[in-house]
Design a binder for this molecule. Structure first.
Ligand SMILES: *[C@@H]1O[C@H](CO)[C@@H](O)[C@H](O)[C@H]1NC(C)=O
Ligand SMILES: *[C@@H]1O[C@H](CO)[C@@H](O)[C@H](O)[C@H]1NC(C)=O
Ligand SMILES: *[C@@H]1O[C@H](CO)[C@@H](O)[C@H](O)[C@H]1NC(C)=O
Ligand SMILES: *[C@H]1O[C@H](CO)[C@@H](O)[C@H](O)[C@H]1NC(C)=O
Ligand SMILES: *[C@H]1O[C@H](CO)[C@@H](O)[C@H](O)[C@H]1NC(C)=O
Length: 355
């Protein structure tokens, strides 16, 4: 298969070079797909806004930038980009893609920028981005993603910018984001986040991420009701302390670890650690959050009452003390008219000694 593929591509390269020696512009125009514009000075092939329903054939093999945005692509075959090994930038935004074949980007090892904004992608295969070790920008915004498979981002150690804005994400796993050592900017806004135990570990990761200088937009909670509209980074970590209580209770339970019960409900047996966010446990969380909020409110009220009482007592003490001080001062002021108190005492002592 591979040999058969390479023969024509080598031939194409050879003919391209030969033409370059004579008339470069003419040859590049010949090899440019009819529905695209090709720029040989930066090896860019622009096929955007042509109403395309499939990737045009005969895209020059040394293409560095391929623009396919604003078309009508609804599916791609596994081989769509298979011989464009020099590709650095690929933009397929504003199409109707819903499912991407797992091997789609397998040969694009030099890819630095991948834009899939504004499609209908609902899920991604965990191997889709395998080997893209040079990728710096990844735009998945405006899609229908409801979760990211763990391992999806494992090879993206050079990634600097990632957008997951405007999807249907309710939760994210810390483990999925840990390989992104060079991430600088993360966009997570406009998703229906559920701020419960399943987001706790990711909250910790976000705190570490911003601590080391990473920038983020807002992650506003949608559920539970009590936290709607709040940024999860502003929710005190104490609100999540009940999570470890739940875990402890379960771990010290009748010998049953949290792993197996989740695995029963988890649809993907491939994931090694589904224990942290099994859907079964999520149902308990909103009530527990309510309980935690209730505790906080009661504690606040009690503290407030005690504080007010202390302030009243202190104020009373102060007023009493100042009144007493004033009273004493006035007493002292009045006494000198009749003579110094001590002088008088001395006089009296002298009188008594004389007597
Ligand atoms: C081709 O790319 C170069 C470098 O980016 C640019 O200056 C030039 O305007 C482009 N030519 C066309 C026809 O777009
Ligand atoms: C990828 O990029 C490197 C360095 O820019 C280059 O040496 C290599 O040939 C490229 N690989 C492909 C398949 O184009
Ligand atoms: C998303 O893509 C559709 C179809 O190409 C387009 O009509 C729409 O304007 C795009 N929306 C945004 C926000 O880019
Ligand atoms: C990749 O190259 C082969 C041979 O050069 C060609 O037949 C095929 O259409 C090219 N694929 C793309 C997506 O341009
Ligand atoms: C422990 O896990 C089981 C099974 O998932 C669940 O039914 C139970 O409610 C959990 N216990 C606590 C205290 O959350």
């Amino acid at each position: 298969m591979r040999v058969a593929q390479r023969l024509p591509s080598n031939w194409a390269q050879g003919s391209f070079l030969a033409c370059c020696l004579s008339l470069c512009a003419a040859s590049s125009l010949l090899s440019c797909p009819t529905s695209c514009k090709c720029n040989i000075s930066n090896l860019e092939v622009d096929c955007s806004g042509r109403g395309l329903t499939s990737v045009p054939p005969n895209i020059p093999q040394d293409t560095r930038t391929l623009l396919l945005l604003n078309n009508r692509l609804s599916s791609l075959s596994e081989m769509s980009f298979s011989n464009l090994t020099s590709l650095h930038r690929l933009d397929i935004s504003n199409n109707f893609l819903d499912q991407l074949p797992p091997q789609l980007f397998l040969d694009l090892l030099n890819l630095t920028e991948l834009r899939l904004r504004n499609n209908s992608i609902r899920s991604l295969d965990r191997d889709l981005l395998q080997g893209l070790g040079f990728l710096r920008r990844l735009d998945l915004s405006l899609n229908g993603l409801s979760q990211l498979p763990s391992g999806l981002l494992d090879d993206l150690t050079m990634l600097r910018w990632l957008s997951l804005r405007s999807n249907r994400l309710q939760s994210l796993d810390r483990v999925t984001f840990e390989p992104l050592n060079n991430l600088e900017n993360l966009q997570l806004g406009d998703n229906p986040w559920e701020c419960d135990c399943s987001l706790r570990d990711f909250k910790h990761w976000m705190e570490w991420f911003t601590y080391r200088g990473g920038r983020m937009d807002e992650l506003q909670c949608t559920l539970p009701k009590e936290l709607r509209g709040r940024d999860i980074r502003m929710v005190p970590v104490e609100m999540f302390s009940y999570c470890s209580q739940l875990e402890d209770e379960n771990n010290s339970g009748p010998g049953e670890k949290p792993g197996p019960p989740c695995a029963k409900t988890s649809p993907a047996p491939l994931e090694p650690e589904p224990a942290l966010d099994c859907p079964q446990r999520q149902r308990y969380r909103p009530t527990s959050v309510r309980r935690a909020i209730g505790t906080v409110i009661i504690a606040g009220v009690v503290c407030g009452v005690v504080c007010i009482m202390m302030v009243v007592a202190a104020a009373y003490g102060c007023i009493y003390a100042s009144l007493m001080a004033k009273y004493h001062r006035e007493l002292k002021k009045r006494q000198p008219l009749m003579g110094d108190a001590e002088g008088e005492q001395e006089e009296q002592r002298q009188i008594s000694s004389v007597a």
